[in-house]
Ligand binder design. Structure first.
Ligand code: TRP
Length: 368
């Protein structure tokens, strides 16, 4: 590989659009993205095709969530002037790359992938797993290598998927010559995972224990005041437990005043402050955090055309990058160059006044 002139690296990261973004997404992924966005060239992929792997019967769950996830990313301060948002289904070249990589992976290896195993269990698939679900790490390898990403910020749970991408890259480059860039996972420090409001280890929509970035204040209040705390504590004067108490996990994550958090923890453990007081404080802290996020989101929601344009233009730019990678991959394998064709033949030809039939036939102009 040649040396890079540009010191900036390329980051690719992705979200499955299945629902609103929540505080767990923020601590686990979004905060890191915001921090890195000006340091490196960042692509954020809205992985709608991946989200369809377990929503094929409910595609509207995915199609509806696309805007929501885009707005969620914008609302936390990702700047569309520096970050490129790409819709996965808008880049069909990714599917072709995936198809090439599927030959380089065994079924047994996919079944052994710890992330896939966990998720299959979570979703209760058993042997009836959709093939595309089992193969999603291969799709993700296409995403990552397609954008020629150096760095892939992901949560700890996704680390095995990046490892599998690295194997595919090694295998491809070994078989066909050095072609693909080797990516590296950027896993946030431990502790970035936020528990649910019910005290479960993970905040997740399917567990119904989230505080969403676009929840209105009344709803945040209701969720915070109803949070799980320390079940062993009957009175405010009982000594309380801080570990495993999500209220303190949230304070650790969102209250920048560490001394104040330490003081609250001390008093809690000594039975000198009640649950309600701590929750009220957490509510203040969260409201300070969420207010500007809601404001930014409302700003974007007032400009739906601009939001649409952010995704459309980003997808177009992203597509050009992936098409270039696919070209290199095809060339490395020795596949013949496909005939060039207009990426929008129908629209262009219609403008030229052709009948519908002529247009359909005109799409079929490959020279084999
Ligand atoms: N699999 C990731 C998730 O479930 C989403 C994703 C898709 C992704 N493509 C990616 C993440 C590429 C990083 C890089 O969260």
């Amino acid at each position: 590989m040649t040396m890079k002139m540009d010191e900036r690296k390329t980051i690719l990261t992705g979200d499955r659009p299945t629902g609103p973004l929540h505080l767990g997404h923020y601590t686990g992924a979004l905060a890191n993205r915001v921090r890195l966005q000006r340091e490196h060239r960042t692509y954020i992929l809205l992985a709608d095709l991946q989200a369809l792997t377990d929503n094929a019967e409910r595609p509207e769950v995915v199609t509806r969530a696309i805007d929501d996830v885009l707005l969620g990313n914008l609302s936390v301060g990702l700047d569309p002037e520096v970050v490129t948002f790409v819709l996965q289904s808008g880049v069909p070249e990714l599917a072709e790359l995936m198809q090439i990589y599927l030959n380089l992976v065994t079924l047994a290896r996919l079944q052994r992938n710890p992330t896939v195993k966990d998720e299959m269990q979570e979703k209760g698939f058993g042997a009836d797993v959709p093939a595309r679900f089992l193969a999603y790490p291969v799709s993700q390898a296409a995403d990552i290598t397609g954008f020629r990403a150096d760095l892939v910020p992901v949560g700890q749970d996704q680390a095995p998927v990046i490892e599998q991408t690295r194997e595919i890259v090694r295998r491809f480059n070994h078989l066909y010559g050095p072609t693909l860039a080797m990516p590296e996972a950027l896993v946030p420090a431990v502790g970035a995972r936020l528990p649910g409001t019910d005290g479960q280890a993970k905040m997740s929509a399917s567990l119904g224990n989230t505080i969403n970035l676009n929840d209105p204040p009344e709803m945040v209040r209701e969720k915070v005041m109803g949070m799980y705390t320390d079940p062993t504590r009957a009175r405010a004067t009982d000594p309380g437990h801080v570990e495993g108490n999500p209220v303190f996990a949230y304070l650790d994550a969102f209250d920048a005043n560490e001394a104040r958090v330490r003081d609250l923890k001390d008093r809690y453990q000594e039975g000198r402050v009640g649950d309600v007081a701590v929750k009220r404080h957490l509510l203040d802290v969260l409201e300070q955090f969420l207010a500007p996020i809601r404001r930014r989101r409302a700003d974007y929601e007032r400009r739906p055309d601009d939001v649409r344009e952010i995704l459309a233009s980003g997808t177009e730019r992203g597509r050009a990058v992936v098409a270039e990678t696919l070209g290199r991959a095809r060339e490395a394998i020795g596949l013949p160059r496909p005939a060039r064709r207009d990426s929008h033949p129908r629209r262009v030809n219609l403008a030229a006044g052709m009948t519908k039939e002529e247009v359909c036939n005109a799409g079929d102009d490959r020279q084999l």
